[in-house]
Design a protein around this ligand. Structure first.
Ligand code: PLP
Length: 385
């Protein structure tokens, strides 16, 4: 028997670590609410250091950071960008906006990340870049991917939307490709409502990145007093967050270690409690690859079939628990069919997308809530016997 819950357990809850409101007030009192003020610069300094990057520019989303990356890579009509189809639309959209073609390849069944062994087979004379996605904050096989990119002279963008505070062989996610993109959307571990960052790991992009960031102008140089007036130099857009957003983000970045530790405790709570169901082959838990320092971003389970996945989602909802599936593969979406193409069989992408459930998880979720979720999962398997 499950005791019904009175209120819906959400999938995610934004969490404040303490100083967010104080810093937002300070931004107001300081007299600058538009972008590239002291809070933005402070966040950028913290992130540059944390990631060991050449530079970081805050953006209003990870989507914006990837659009900047596509501009900086000079992606254009006729170029092909190899990427997984099991990702958010922005990985592909950023390049489609420049006229380039996303070339989708299948994922690995273990990490749900791009299958690096399929990349070389998808390379043509039109391939310009590889865009990898570290799903759930779990790294792609970056040594092999970098080897392939170097061998074929390809650029590398890391979509590390979910990767803050996670690392691959000691290297923070987002710090390995020429460019990386991070999200601070409210569903992520470190948040500012909407928010993101472009991580610049190759210093040859630094100057142009600042121009693209500031609507295609040299306003950054003007603000530093380096030029008497600013002018239009290149394509660009308004990619800066406001100082209110950056003030909120600063408080979160200052608490990044505590927030991640807390989230990991909850992630492992689910992981331990669900072990027995995996042993009985009723579900599969996330696989933790070696050389990986996790951030506990998503706790997902894979059910044996699409039907069981949908049945369990329904039962959770009937019990007032909002668990959710994840990406609908891009290669078979209307825009994916129109703008992109597949270079491999996509059966693992289709299969995993059909069988995956993300469980409720946020930075201060309590054990009672997670126990409720486990109770419903247990009930589902008991009634199926
Ligand atoms: C892999 C991936 N890339 C990009 C994004 C877009 O991030 P944002 O909402 O900050 O634009 C998301 C959003 O969840 C994502 O999962």
């Amino acid at each position: 028997m499950i005791t019904p819950l009175k209120r819906l357990i959400p999938f995610n809850k934004p969490y404040m670590s303490g100083k967010e409101l104080e810093y937002m007030v300070r931004a107001y009192i300081g007299g600058q609410l538009s972008g590239n003020g002291q809070f933005t610069r402070h966040c950028q300094e913290i992130l540059t250091k944390k990631l060991g990057a050449k530079g970081v520019l805050l953006t209003h989303s990870c989507t914006a950071a990837m659009e900047m990356a596509a501009i900086l890579f000079n992606a254009t009509f006729g170029d092909e960008i190899i990427m997984p189809s099991f990702t958010f639309v922005s990985t592909a959209n950023a390049f489609v906006l420049r006229g380039a073609t996303p070339v989708f390849i299948d994922i690995r069944a273990d990490t749900l990340n791009i299958n690096e062994s399929l990349i070389e087979g998808a390379i043509t004379e039109k391939t310009k870049a590889i865009a990898v996605v570290h799903y759930a904050g779990v790294p792609c096989e970056m040594d092999e991917i970098c080897r392939i990119a170097n061998k074929h002279g390809l650029l590398l963008l890391e979509d590390a939307a979910q990767g803050i505070q996670a690392s691959y062989k000691g290297r923070p996610l987002g710090s390995i490709g020429q460019l990386g993109a991070i999200s601070f959307h409210e569903t992520k571990n470190i948040i500012s409502g909407e928010g993101g960052a472009l991580v610049i790991n190759d210093s040859s992009y630094l100057t142009r990145a600042e121009i693209v960031w500031e609507k295609g102008t040299n306003r950054v140089n003007f603000n530093k007093g380096e030029v008497a007036k600013y002018t239009w130099l290149d394509i660009g857009s308004s990619y800066l967050p406001s100082e209110i957003t950056s003030a909120f983000l600063l408080a979160q970045l200052e608490s990044a270690e505590t927030l991640t530790a807390r989230r990991l405790t909850s992630w492992y709570f689910y992981h331990d409690k669900l072990e027995k169901y995996e042993e009985k082959q009723l579900l599969r838990r996330p696989i933790i690859p070696p050389h990986y320092s996790p951030n506990g971003h998503i706790y997902y389970i894979i059910l044996p079939s699409h039907q069981e996945r949908d049945e369990l989602l329904k039962l959770l909802l009937e019990n007032n628990i909002l668990a959710v599936f994840h990406y609908i593969p891009l290669h078979s979406s209307p825009a994916g069919l129109h703008f992109g193409r597949t270079a491999t069989d996509m059966s693992i992408t289709d299969d995993m997308s059909n069988r995956l459930i993300r469980l409720p998880l946020w930075n201060d979720i309590d054990e009672d809530i997670m126990n409720k979720v486990i109770q419903v999962i247990e009930h589902y398997f008991n009634t199926k016997k």
